[in-house]
Write a protein that binds this ligand. Structure first.
Ligand code: HEC
Length: 111
């Protein structure tokens, strides 16, 4: 009985959380969060250069050349000379699963 009374409240909270998530621009919030979680965003922003190039620019470049595979290689092995003399170190702390998801997200436009 208690469970039944609690259920609608939990459902309402979940619905509110989903609505809040959907109100944010872009469908791929999960992947931007993943980039944040993996410290990518300390060197990258979505739409401007910080230490590394903006992820939207990276996405456009990946579309022209290399796609998901190129992104994955940069995450796993690092990158140098593609954008500037400043190298990106291999991101050793990133799990294989996260690396693949991030590479896919970037290759698909970082939206
Ligand atoms: C210490 C700073 C730093 C961090 C942390 C960092 N990057 Fe980078 N990233 C760079 C720099 C600098 C470049 C440009 C390298 C170059 O010119 O080849 C770059 C380039 C890239 C590229 C483009 C590679 C290419 O071939 O054009 C991708 C993709 C990328 N980063 C993804 C990521 C992801 C995903 C993460 C988090 C897992 C991440 N980066 C974390 C500094 C960083």
């Amino acid at each position: 009985m208690i469970d039944r009374m609690r259920f609608p409240a939990a459902a309402a909270a979940l619905a509110a959380a989903l609505a809040a998530g959907m109100a944010l621009p872009g469908a791929a919030q999960a992947s931007e969060q993943l980039a944040r979680k993996n410290a990518c965003m300390s060197c990258h922003a979505l739409d401007k250069k910080i230490v590394g190039p903006g992820f939207r620019d990276v996405a456009a470049e990946l579309k022209k050349k290399g796609g998901e595979e190129r992104a994955l290689k940069a995450i796993v092995s690092g990158s140098k000379g593609a954008w500037s003399p400043v190298p990106m170190p291999p991101m050793k702390g990133v799990s294989e699963k996260d690396a693949k998801e991030l590479a896919k997200w970037l290759a698909e436009g970082a939206r």
